[in-house]
Design a protein around this ligand. Structure first.
Ligand code: SF4
Length: 394
């Protein structure tokens, strides 16, 4: 079998002699060149996720890193993260700021505060920011987001960024008219996570009124409107199998998404999903999350993939490890410290007390410690999106 002229050369012959000696725990041995050049079918993806031996994991990591460097370069793109409101009309079963959680003190930043965060990002050369909030669908909210996007664009223009900061929105399911309004205002990327592409698992994570079909439809609408579209899943959910995660990877590919934001499932003590007793150790979930990043890089090649903050909640070096396994985006916290602790979707969220200045310096050092460079003064768009647009024009 061949794909785009590339012959399948992955050798999955078990090595019983080595396995018996305990040299290769998985009972097979990956070849870096084969993973890199080969076609990633279901079985291969499954084996990548299941890999346990240090030797195989390092081979997978190197192959993912090689693909990243060849297809996206060595830069890490920064998106200053502004969590501008924790008010939400939804009741996701895993989330600490869900509507039903009365223990949360609710807040919404003012327009001036949001613009101040954006100007700080621009001054630091971040190039892009993410406006993230709980989900609301009222007209007041839609108008506020449009106004915030326009104000950020107007207040962050510079010689290097004549159109101002690049803006990613992450504010949930909305009507097509609202998505179009925000696109018109100047937002050009949208992150809408599925959390799981398995309908039964999606249903376990969400109340009945939040449907799988509506979320899939929203992703299609965003793409049709011209956004760079991102999605993602949680890794290590109660009841989730490796096969489910393989389905998630194949869904990313089939949807043709430009960006991926995924991370380990971490329970929140005030959310009903729980399952802390079923999800294995932090180390195991971190390892699986890193192999998911590597598998996504190997399968999708030129998309942007975030090393999410949740990785760092499981390990002090979680985000750097994410970069080493194929991620190329980091979202430094720029939300004002006074409200940051009120935006906790999961327990143990890191960087709650560091101010944006500390986060900025800390991240630069972390990125350089793994041999990568920060991309300053650029939007850092997804190469996959550029390819998609070129194909559409051809
Ligand atoms: S995950 Fe998002 S949409 Fe769901 S309850 Fe939390 S903030 Fe709201």
């Amino acid at each position: 079998m061949s794909v785009a002229g590339t012959a399948v050369r992955i050798n999955w012959q078990p090595r019983p002699d080595k396995a018996k000696l305990g040299l290769v725990e998985d009972g097979f041995e990956f070849s870096a060149s084969d993973i890199h050049a080969g076609f990633l079918d279901r079985e291969t993806l499954h084996r990548i996720l299941a890999a346990q031996s240090a030797q195989n994991i390092e081979t997978i990591r190197r192959a993912a890193e090689k693909t990243l460097l060849e297809r996206c370069g060595d830069t890490v793109r920064l998106r200053g993260l502004v969590e501008f409101s924790n008010r939400c009309v939804c009741d996701c079963n895993y989330c600490g700021i869900r509507r039903s959680n009365r223990a949360v003190k609710r807040y919404t930043l003012s327009l001036a505060e949001i613009v101040e965060c954006a100007q700080w990002c621009a001054a630091k050369g971040y190039g892009s920011l993410v406006l993230q909030a709980g989900e609301r669908r009222d007209e007041k909210f839609a108008a506020f987001v449009a106004e915030a996007v326009r104000a950020i664009k107007a207040e962050t223009c510079s010689t290097e960024l004549p159109e101002g900061l690049g803006i990613t929105l992450c504010v949930g399911e909305q009507s097509e008219a609202t998505y179009a309004r925000w696109f018109e205002a100047g937002a050009h990327r949208y992150l809408l996570r599925m959390e799981s592409f398995k309908p039964a698992l999606f249903a376990a994570l969400h109340p009945r009124e939040q449907t799988y079909a509506a979320r899939r439809e929203a992703l299609a609408t965003l793409k049709r409107l011209g956004y760079q579209v991102g999605t993602g899943v949680m890794i290590g959910l109660p009841g989730q199998s490796l096969d489910d995660l393989v389905d998630d990877l194949l869904a990313f590919r089939d949807l043709g998404v430009d960006m991926i934001g995924m991370g380990p499932y971490i329970p929140h003590v005030q959310a009903p999903l729980g399952g802390a007793d079923q999800i294995g150790s932090a180390q195991a979930r971190l390892g699986l999350s890193l192999r998911m990043i590597a598998a996504a890089r190997l399968l999708l090649k030129n998309v942007n993939i975030a090393a999410t903050t949740a990785l760092q909640a499981l390990s002090e070096t979680g985000r750097e490890q994410g970069l080493r396994f194929g991620a190329n985006v980091i979202m430094p916290q720029v939300t004002p410290v006074r409200v940051r602790s009120q935006y906790t979707l999961y327990d143990g969220k890191p960087c709650l007390d560091d101010n944006a200045e500390q986060c900025c310096e800390c991240l630069r050092k972390r990125i350089e410690s793994v041999g990568r460079r920060v991309l300053y003064q650029a939007w850092g768009d997804s190469a996959h999106f550029a390819q998609r647009r070129a194909l559409a024009k051809a």
